[in-house]
Ligand binder design. Structure first.
Ligand code: PLP
Length: 455
């Protein structure tokens, strides 16, 4: 047996007791969301129509750590702590001298990291007497996670699923309905936002968010629930990174680089934020690489400015990297990465040079996914395959420089409902869909006027 085991496991009583809040630690201070009418900081009242009090408190909290309620920690115990693996077979398959570790979130009931926030949000809504949640879903992972979590806490759920994913992934729909949710293809004819965007047949996360927000704002017994981007969602995901700190300590390793995919930023924040704080405290030299699709290159080709979180302009303005709220990304299979914006906390760290960003193309991510699946066994979600490709780029760069790096990446979910995409790749039919400079410029020209410049 090698000295480092293949699986590095923690006991159930080692599930973190607190979430880590980076909001008070952003260098130079974090920027507030703005009310689009007044351009003044959006306060709790601006969010009260959509979110329960506990979530609003978490969104703006100045505490460095927030205790995880016992009920939430108990629900997390259904699948946490999640395993970490030393990817020895992958290292051999690609012939690297680097040591690669991955944290696997696909063991959750919904198959990804998303339930970490879903159980926390469902609990907070139940505590506030809310009986129904509306939400959007891209890949179907968040919709599944919330359908599962809402069931645990006795809430109903209505899910608006991005059209292209709805068509590509019928069994994600079945999964959500099995857990008791109602699922609609977005754009739908059930909302103003859906009807106004009926021409965009493939849909987008921005449009689906508008539909879910519109419905929640109309009813006092209904809240909206978001699966990424906002501070509280990133906060809930920090259980991931905290576990990896304990797991790598067991094998006496420190990462030279931490890699994850970035759609709205929550799985990346989940693994990277606890390590970023560790870096400041212990004086580490760890680098961080957020990896996005070339088809939706928010961090690498977007602008850093104030923009709406949804396509119809219903949300407060968020300080973030954005391709423009009207940008409809091409329908790549990594549906969860097709979002025009990026979490404000992650955007701030990228803008300050604390986190690097990298864009990778669809075909190279599927090639990496196959290499990984054949070496390690797990079939990754297309979103997670971006992290694998990026980790392999790090390993190649280390080998070229004659270095051995410790590479930690997050395998955010499995791809068991993405096999149609694998079939297309295996048949040689998968493309690298792109967009024209005009399409991007048109969307960027529609950024809200009058907000302060962040450039
Ligand atoms: C498996 C998986 N990974 C990553 C993401 C991207 O989201 P985020 O950037 O919030 O982690 C998604 C979103 O649906 C997902 O399903």
């Amino acid at each position: 047996m090698p000295d480092v085991p293949t699986k590095i496991l923690l006991r159930e009583d080692e599930i973190p007791t607190h979430w880590i809040n980076l909001l008070p630690e952003i260098p130079g201070g974090a920027l507030p969301p703005l009310h689009p009418g007044t351009m003044q900081p959006a306060g709790p009242d601006d969010l009260a129509a959509l979110f329960p009090p506990q979530v609003i408190e978490q969104e703006a909290s100045a505490e460095h750590e927030i205790a995880i309620p016992d009920e939430v920690r108990e629900a997390l115990g259904l699948w946490r702590p999640t395993p970490m693996y030393r990817a020895r077979r992958l290292e051999r398959a690609v012939g690297t001298r680097s040591r690669i570790y991955y944290k696997y979130e696909g063991v959750s009931p919904a198959g990804s990291h998303k339930p970490n926030s879903a159980v926390a949000q469902a609990y907070a809504n139940q505590q506030a007497g809310i009986t129904k949640l509306t939400t959007e879903t891209g890949a179907g992972q968040w919709g599944s996670a919330l359908s599962f979590a809402a069931g645990l806490f006795g809430l109903e759920v209505e899910v608006y699923m991005v059209g292209s994913s709805y068509d590509q992934k019928p069994y994600r729909r079945s999964m959500m309905r099995t857990w008791g949710a109602e699922v609609h293809r977005s754009p739908s004819d059930r909302t103003e936002a859906g009807r106004a965007n009926a021409d965009h047949r493939t849909g987008s996360l921005g449009i689906a968010i508008s539909e879910a927000v519109e419905l929640a704002a109309q009813r006092p017994d209904t809240s909206y629930s978001l699966g990424s981007v906002l501070n509280h969602v990133l906060l809930h995901q920090t259980v991931i990174g905290q576990e990896t700190i304990a797991q790598l300590a067991l094998v006496d390793e420190t990462p030279d680089v931490v890699v994850a995919s970035a759609g709205g930023g929550s799985n990346f924040a989940g693994i990277a934020f606890p390590w970023w704080r560790e870096k400041q405290r212990r004086g580490l030299t760890t680098r961080f690489v957020a990896t996005e699709p070339m088809a939706c290159p928010t961090l690498t080709q977007g602008v850093y400015g104030y923009d709406f979180g949804d396509a119809s302009g219903l949300t407060p303005l968020l300080p973030m990297h954005t391709l423009g709220h009207g940008f409809v990304p091409p329908p790549v299979h990594a549906g969860g990465l097709r979002y025009h914006g990026m979490a404000p906390l992650l955007s701030a760290l990228v803008a300050k040079g604390e986190v690097e960003a990298r864009a990778v193309a669809q075909n190279e991510t599927f090639e990496a996914a196959l290499t990984f699946a054949r070496a390690e066994g797990i079939i990754p979600a297309p979103e997670s395959a971006h992290a694998i490709r990026s980790a392999l780029i790090e390993a190649e760069a280390a080998d070229a420089a004659g270095e051995e790096r410790v590479i930690l990446f997050l395998l955010s979910g499995h791809g068991h409902f993405d096999l149609a995409a694998y079939d297309e790749y295996l048949a040689g039919n998968l493309e690298n869909p792109g967009f024209s400079a005009e399409e991007r410029d048109r969307a960027l020209a529609e950024l809200p006027q009058g907000a302060p410049s962040l450039a």
